[in-house]
Design a binder for this molecule. Sequence first.
Ligand code: ADP
Length: 449
Amino acid sequence: MLILLNTYPLLVSENMVFRSKEATMQGSVSVMVYSLSGLDKLNEENVAAAMAVVEETGLSRILVTDSAGKVLYDTRETGSAVGRYALYTEIVQALTGNDTFSCIYKNGAFRSRASSPVLYQNQIIGAVYAYEYDTEQAALLEGLQGNLLRLSAVIGVVVLLLSLVLSRALTKKIGQLLTAIRQVREGAYSHRAEIRGRDEIAQIGEEFNSLTDRLQTIENARRRFVSDASHELKTPLAAIRLLTDSILQTDNIDPDTTREFVSDIGREAERLSRITEDLLRLTRLDNSVLDAASVVDVLPVLEQVLRMMGLVAQEKGVDLTYDAAEGCTVLSSRDELHQVIYNLVDNAVKYTPAGGAVQVSLELEQGQVVLSVADNGSGIPEADLPRIFERFYRVDKARSRAAGGTGLGLSIVSDTVKRRGGTVEAANRPEGGAVFTVHWPVAKGGDAV
Ligand code: ADP
């Protein structure tokens, strides 16, 4: 850019000077040729007489030669060339009938040469040659060159300073970002990058902060999950230890007590295996390990679950009824659907006291398959509603445990349904009790299994 600034204007002005020189020099030469044009033959006297009337043109040297190139007139007084042959290229060219002009800029001066033939009745009788040595215009050009150089130097310094300041600011911001990244890498998830401004680095900082927010949320959830899971696993293990210690440390323990303790151990072991099974299922869902999907008719699966749960409900004195439409097909697997329906119906029966009722309905609604499981039990406190799909979240821990719950059932339902593009909601019924509603996109085509 600076090189262009230093060369282009100079080239243009040089060119302009060349062109103006060409016009004035050729003009002067034509005037001289014109004043010689009346002569039939050139000699020193008549040329001197003709040239005397030509105005002073400011040229450095004027030569007039005859047709053989012998100088008849020379404006230079010391070292005059009159009487000698001047075979400059320009004169030779002029004697062969051509007008010439050349101009060069060298050593702080414009040196211009122009020549033209002198004709008499279409015969070349001589040539006029003019030479100009001009330092005035050259000085102007040099002044311009100097100014451009100074301007370039100022621009260069300003650009350098600006880029220094900018790169300082940029390095500082990148440094802040790097510090934040390192802090977060070391585990300080609450650390945030504070970068002011609206530029790209500040935007990267904002993106980094929202990424860290997410990381912190995930990390908190992970910690809570690990602590909840270990707590859940510790409780049955502690019970098993206690029961085995009691058996081992009690002398002459009677067989009935032993049997009772061993059956308690069995129940706790069963609980442990239920928790681990649920945890494994959730891990598979987290890792997106899904059963192969196909178009499945929900009704047969629902009927199978209800046949199984019917006995449990009957035993508890809960009335379990259903109302189902045909053709409710979704993209899933039988096992997944079984798990979802089973968990919801099992909860409804579990949290409904004897004499209560559980109603299941399956229908098609605006391109969606809708399953709802409603009971008239205790319902769920409004404050707990948004959290009941969280892992290990229970409204009443003791009651859930006593009922054999793991606190993972609704998480499994929610994750499974979401992975297949569906949704699940929980609400309280105005008439009392809870209702869980699942929406799946309806799947068409293929043979439903
Ligand atoms: P749990 O194994 O404890 O049943 P879930 O994840 O299935 O775990 O349910 C979480 C909690 O939601 C339960 O502990 C219970 O407090 C509440 N809940 C679930 N279904 C119902 C229901 N139908 N009525 C009342 N409370 C319910």
